[in-house]
Design a protein around this ligand. Structure first.
Ligand code: ADP
Ligand code: ADP
Length: 542
């Protein structure tokens, strides 16, 4: 134990080797005696995108409320309530001095995109156009609607939008405002890679062209890398204390995070580094064949959307990644496999028990988490189940809560646990990364992998987080076509071939970071981008 925790460390993996120096200083804010304390604050800069990388519950919202002027930081002296002049004095000579002077003078205005877009329909009654029109302070709405492809849903009721549509509408609504400071709490859930890259560009443009201060929390590391100019890493003990580091370069911040060790802070935040393979895995899995499915087709309505699936094999014991844009038929394929949908042609009667986690998790019965999970498996509570499922998915702290009270990230973890706890031949997870913070993604990834290996089970994962797919998948199935019109599903193929095909469709190339080999998105039309496209090597080092 690191000695600071007020309760059991939620990540057994984390061993803080020395007390952070910041903890000997005053916090920026402490909610009360023995209550959460926040050390350090992010420093938004005009004309720049500042990123925050770290777990949920570490004080990011608290920091933003301070930077928005809504919460007066008490510098840890919760009994005396210092005023803004005292705060300014405490930050004199730091990057935040001018910013805090502006807050004190009431000169900061803020626009915010909430983390859980799924909740927007509870707060707004009306259609997309009505929601967006109220926000168009910069006369920028038409451009945003076009670039985020919102046009087709302008007259649709907000309550009928999908998660990906809500995410894009929420982004447009935030970026159309005219304020000094923009806070975006996660931009990628439910968006495909193309949409993620577009969202990142729009945020960068607002910083570069309009000189705005952008602060972004993002857990998709490839996108965070593309998006931010500087990065604060947040660490600590969720719920007890959080430390926001001084700004780092984005490259160093992400590399240190992946290595599990923060250089300047001299702080270990994870026992093991997260490692990527520079070259494609040499041997594709040659496991037995679990299932051999034939060519399939399926269309909806009068053929508004049609899907063609090339027959293929799924190997026993493999993790098969599934990638492709939104609206291309991935969920339709999943439903064909599970038997929830009948194909128009081809026989998908696979005789398999499939455990399926849908993209939009809707478990919200008035039932406790422990009761729900123990109704799924009699392994519930066994030491094996605790080690392999409950612990990596951080379920211990939420076992006694009601399903209906869970946050988006908590609900996702319960749904992944429920899916893996079923006894089945094939586990199919649709966007397990949504709303998980980086640390939870890492832990969920290793839980899914270990589970596949130890249970002799086969897993299919649909996800848009490149790092997660890279760390999880043995082979890849690529969907292409024209979203909302027609989709084509190729056969499962080795990672290198699959990544090349998928990224060629997107016209995106990745290079490798020298220190960690992690994939980084190349600037379009840079020398490397052109070279790799010429050689057809979009992802792995040639
Ligand atoms: P994040 O945005 O990183 O998820 P928050 O800033 O929302 O984190 O919360 C950090 C911690 O502070 C949480 O444990 C939360 O329960 C606690 N907290 C938030 N607001 C208050 C408050 N008004 N009083 C006491 N504790 C609070
Ligand atoms: P993905 O999972 O790749 O995002 P989906 O399989 O969910 O794609 O959807 C593919 C297309 O089919 C989309 O245009 C979607 O609107 C449409 N679609 C999905 N389900 C239905 C349905 N039950 N009836 C009519 N159209 C549907």
């Amino acid at each position: 134990s690191c000695g600071i925790c007020v309760e059991k460390c939620p990540f057994d993996a984390i061993e803080i080797i020395n007390l952070p120096q910041e903890l000997e200083d005053e916090p920026a804010h402490r909610y009360g005696e023995n209550a959460f304390s926040l050390y350090g604050l992010p420093a938004p800069q005009e004309g720049q995108v500042t990123g925050i990388l770290g777990p949920n519950g570490i004080g990011k919202t608290t920091a933003v409320r301070i930077l928005a002027g809504e919460l007066e930081p008490n510098l840890g002296r919760y009994e005396e309530s210092p005023d803004w002049d005292d705060v300014l004095e405490a930050y004199r000579g730091t990057e935040l001095q001018d910013y805090i002077a502006d807050i004190r003078d009431g000169e900061i205005t803020v626009a915010r995109k909430p983390q859980y877009v799924d909740q927007i329909p509870n707060q707004f009654d009306g259609n997309t156009r009505q929601l967006l029109e109220r926000t168009d302070e910069r006369d920028a709405l038409d451009g945003l609607v076009e670039r985020l492809s919102i046009g087709p849903v302008m007259d649709q009721a907000i309550e009928d939008l999908s998660g990906g549509e809500l995410q894009r509408v929420a982004l447009a609504a935030t970026l159309a405002r005219d304020t000094d400071f923009y806070f975006l709490d996660e931009i990628t859930p439910y968006l495909d890679i193309g949409q993620r890259v577009t969202a990142a560009r729009l945020i960068r443009e607002l910083a570069e062209e309009a000189g705005k201060s952008m602060l972004v929390v993002e857990h998709d590391l490839a996108i965070l890398d593309l998006l931010a100019d500087t990065l604060h890493v947040a660490y600590g003990e969720p719920g007890a204390y959080g430390v926001i580091t001084s700004p780092k370069s984005v490259r160093n911040g992400i590399n240190e995070y992946l290595a599990g060790y923060l250089d300047n802070e001299n702080m270990r935040i994870r026992q093991n580094p997260i490692e990527f393979e520079e070259h494609a895995p040499r041997t594709a899995t040659h496991g037995d064949v679990l299932v051999d499915y034939p060519d399939l087709t399926k269309s909806y309505g009068d053929g508004e959307f049609s899907l063609e699936v090339e027959g293929g094999e799924i190997h026993r014991n493999e993790v098969l990644g599934i990638v492709g844009p939104n609206g291309i038929g991935k969920s339709t394929f999943a439903k064909l496999l599970t038997g929830n949908l009948e194909p128009d042609t081809g026989d998908a009667d696979l005789n398999l028990d499939i455990s399926y986690k849908p993209q939009y998790v809707t478990i919200d019965q008035p039932m406790r988490v422990d009761a729900f999970l123990s109704s799924i498996t009699d392994q519930f509570g066994s030491s094996y189940w605790n080690t392999e499922i409950a612990q990596p998915l951080q379920l211990e702290r939420i076992m006694e809560q009601n399903l209906s009270d869970l946050s988006g990230g908590e609900r996702q973890r319960v749904a992944i646990a429920a899916c893996l706890s079923e006894s089945a031949d094939l586990y199919l997870l649709d966007e397990p990364s949504a709303h998980l913070d980086v640390e939870q993604r890492v832990q969920a990834t290793s839980a899914i992998r270990r589970y596949a290996e130890q249970q002799d089970s086969t897993v299919m994962v649909i996800d848009h987080d490149t790092y997660m797919i890279d760390l999880l998948a043995d082979r890849l199935m690529v969907f292409d076509g024209e979203p909302a019109a027609h989709g084509h599903a190729g056969q499962p193929q080795p990672m290198r071939d699959g990544m090349n095909e998928f990224l060629a469709n997107l016209e995106v190339t990745f290079r490798r970071d020298e220190r960690t080999s992690r994939p980084r998105i190349n600037k379009p039309d840079s020398q490397l981008d052109r070279e790799q496209k010429r050689e057809g090597e979009y992802y792995y080092a040639p």
